[in-house]
Write a protein that binds this ligand. Structure first.
Ligand code: ADP
Ligand code: MG
Length: 263
């Protein structure tokens, strides 16, 4: 791809005390608007990688660049702060991204409220009207605006995850890390949210690292697929090559399992 990468990581290593490496030399790039799917079994290091990338955990070693600038590990917090909401995350459990004491409007608007030097195009025409902005964002995730005054516990799991997504897109990020964003939901809600995410990604143009243990979801969502096993990316290919015979034996076994489940 000729366009410059929006995000690059090189040789990331993370070891927990008394363990073998949870992340063992992971390198990849994400280009603008591209979705890379990361698949691997439970315990393979997917969430650890997500947390390290988001600087919620400290790496042992490795380098990361966002928009061409190297991210240095600060002593406290995250060096994404200078990028003002350009990197966002959606996690499996929407409760972890929604404060139970905040009304939906305040959860959704928080990243936008904190923007000082940037006005996202998606809310450009209503930036001065907070309620209108929030209604726009809820509409983008296909939720009715009467949820805005409610609290997270009053919403269904699917609604909460849509709110978490509205919050993530509110600052118009160029990168979203999604760690199993639909895995806690029933099959029908999962499918609806994946379709919605694809539409949002096309319209807003964010790049995405999409993590799942489910091949069908990864295949639907991603342009490229990375397979992780014991902290190592053992296979990385364009989605179209999923069924090609040159795949790593472990990838083959995933594809085999997937084909069996579908038949
Ligand atoms: P996945 O998300 O693919 O299921 P994880 O990233 O959660 O996998 O876990 C990868 C490995 O790191 C596992 O062996 C897990 O037990 C270990 N691990 C994850 N988080 C911690 C932690 N906070 N402390 C110690 N070990 C951890
Ligand atoms: Mg996980």
């Amino acid at each position: 791809m000729s366009e410059e990468a929006v995000f690059t990581v090189q040789n990331l290593i993370k070891t927990y005390p008394g363990q073998t490496k949870a992340i063992d030399g992971v390198s990849f790039s994400l280009h603008p608007g591209e979705c890379v799917g990361l698949i691997g079994e439970s315990g393979s290091g997917k969430s650890t990688l997500a947390r390290c990338i988001l600087m919620m955990e400290k790496l042992n070693s490795g380098q990361m660049w966002f928009q061409g600038r190297e991210l240095l590990q600060p002593r406290f917090g995250s060096s994404y702060r200078v990028f003002e909401g350009q990197v966002q995350a959606v996690f499996q459990n929407p409760a972890s991204s929604l404060n139970p004491r905040l009304r939906i409007i305040d959860s959704v608007m928080e990243p936008l409220d904190n923007l000082k030097n940037r006005t996202p195009v998606i809310v450009q025409d209503c930036r001065k009207n907070r309620l209108k902005c929030a209604e726009r964002l809820l509409d983008m995730v296909e939720l009715p605006s009467d949820l805005l005054n409610q609290y997270p516990h009053e919403l269904s799991g699917g609604q909460k995850q849509r709110v978490a997504i509205a919050r993530a897109i509110s600052s118009e990020p160029s990168l979203i890390i999604m760690d199993e964003p639909t895995s806690s939901l029933d099959m029908i809600t999962q499918a609806q949210i994946i379709e919605m995410l694809m539409k949002l990604q096309k319209n807003i143009g964010f790049a995405c690292l999409f993590i799942s243990h489910d091949l069908a979801t990864i295949q639907r969502m991603s342009d490229q697929i990375m397979v992780i096993q014991q902290g190592r990316v053992i296979d990385h290919f364009a989605k179209e090559a999923l069924f090609s015979s040159e795949r790593h034996a472990y990838t083959q076994s995933l594809v085999h399992k997937y084909a069996k489940r579908r038949s």
